[in-house]
Design a protein around this ligand. Structure first.
Ligand code: UDX
Length: 429
């Protein structure tokens, strides 16, 4: 199939690349000339495991192209995917101005029948607006079908999620675009759910909100465990083995972050409000998430007593492991809280230090994770990177004024840490 993807961010670039990988002809469009230049020169603007090799391979095979021209993308393809940002506004609602702009650009460029597919996360009923907008601004008076096809990829596992999706959701107004959508997705060998556009749009917000709810639920259980002297990991295992609950997304910690969950939750609460439903359950999910950080900071201050002039080593800046993304990262929030109380920070992250420098200019960046605790009064784990489990604990302990660790991601075994002589505080254990 001849496809174009408008917007070459995380979703657009990975989607376009994976479509090329299964044999489609793909044009990735972005209005950021510098980004397109980087991509044309073989560079990748984001860190995503496996992506660079796949981009190079498909560019070399002549299946993956980059341009700044939406008109070129539209005219040379049969199916156009919209993958532009839908950022939050101060009141939690979604800024749809990029989507509207692209819909108008597509309308101006169309000269024959096209399928326009929305991949960006959008409020329910956006598809109707996109269809209306294209119809209004299209001079050529040609037909066009709008489809909703939400993306469920996780950063850090994006290529794998794209290549092996659990399901593909296709929201349509008529049957006409269904065959083409099935042809695009058949190589991915996943169940394809064909539904109406509004339901497809809701599936995305409902899925992300449910996952966020699952995290807040286990964090609430962690707080009960702490009060009761129980262990949240054992409880999570005990409930997670029930298939109806499932083992995944039951890791207690300092809360969820990233560019999706916080934004999608606020958006969904707002969408529900606008159509007349007060989604109190999701408001509580947000509250628990914010409270989780407060409780962790309290744990640190209760132990260290005075934070002013204390030196704290922080492992982790990214919002989760396997990414350099620091957008809405709980780890950054935590650093800002500790700085505000007067602590000095030595920080390390395997991938996210560059992207953090503008956000946290007044901390010491340490390249070697084993050296982070040097001269510190406490060591904090803020992101669940697997490699932190291998930090040189003996060296860390020797270099610290006192061996205190606050583990916000439950990476270490409390009994083991105690045996090694650490004052060790984690979440829900
Ligand atoms: C999420 C969804 O998983 C994905 O399907 C959707 O398309 C986009 O949003 P992503 O934002 O990449 O993906 O991150 P995810 O892996 O879901 O983690 C989100 C946050 O939750 C992270 O801050 C992570 O640390 C936290 N988390 C996750 C927990 O605290 N506990 C868990 O058990 C799982």
């Amino acid at each position: 199939m001849k496809l174009s993807i408008i917007g070459t961010g995380y979703v657009g670039l990975v989607t376009g690349t994976c479509f090329a990988e299964v044999g489609h002809q793909v044009i990735c469009v972005d209005n950021d000339a510098a980004k397109v230049k980087t991509l044309l020169a073989g560079g990748i603007p984001i860190y995503e495991p496996g992506l660079e090799e796949l981009v190079k391979k498909n560019v070399a095979a002549g299946r993956l192209h980059f341009t700044t021209s939406t008109a070129e993308g539209v005219q040379k393809s049969d199916v156009i995917f919209i993958a532009v940002p839908t950022p939050p506004q101060p009141d939690g609602s979604v800024d749809l101005s990029y989507i509207e702009r692209v819909a108008r650009d597509i309308a101006a460029a169309i000269t024959s029948y096209k399928i326009v597919v929305d991949k960006s996360t959008v409020p329910v009923k956006t598809g109707e607006k996109v269809a209306e907008t294209i119809k209004r601004y299209c001079q050529a008076q040609v037909e066009c079908d709008v489809v909703s096809n939400p993306e469920f990829l996780r950063e850090g596992f994006a290529v794998d999620d794209l290549m092996h999706p659990d399901r593909v959701v296709v929201g349509v107004r008529s049957q006409r675009p269904v065959a083409a959508m099935k042809e695009i997705y058949t190589p991915f060998k996943a169940p394809i759910i064909v539904t109406d556009i509004n339901s497809a749009e809701l599936i995305k917000h409902a899925a992300n909100s449910f996952l966020a709810l699952k995290i807040s639920y286990i964090n609430a259980i962690a707080n009960v465990c702490e009060a009761a002297g129980a262990n949240v990991q054992e409880v999570a295992q005990g409930i997670g083995l029930d298939d109806r609950i499932g083992k995944r997304f039951l890791n207690a910690g300092i809360g969820f972050g990233g560019s999706c969950f916080p934004k999608d939750l606020s958006a969904f609460i707002k969408i529900a409000e606008q159509i007349g439903y007060d989604f109190k359950l999701l408001k509580e999910v947000q509250r628990i998430n914010a409270d989780q950080m407060e409780r962790f900071v309290k744990k640190i201050t209760e132990t260290l007593w005075v934070l002013k002039d204390k030196k704290i080593g922080v492992l982790g800046l990214a919002f989760k492991q396997n990414t350099d993304d620091v957008r809405s990262s709980p780890a950054i929030d935590l650093c800002q809280r500790l700085l505000k109380d007067g602590a000095a920070l030595r920080v390390h992250d395997p991938k996210a230090m560059e992207k953090t420098k503008a956000l946290l200019p007044n901390v010491t960046y340490v390249d070697d994770m084993d050296a982070v605790a040097e001269g510190c009064d406490a060591l904090v784990v803020a992101t669940e990177w697997d490699e932190f489990k291998k930090v040189d604990l003996a060296r860390a302990k020797k270099g610290m004024t006192a061996p205190i660790m606050f583990d916000g991601r439950n990476l270490f075994d409390p009994a083991e840490m105690e045996k090694l002589g650490w004052i060790y505080k984690s979440i829900g254990r």
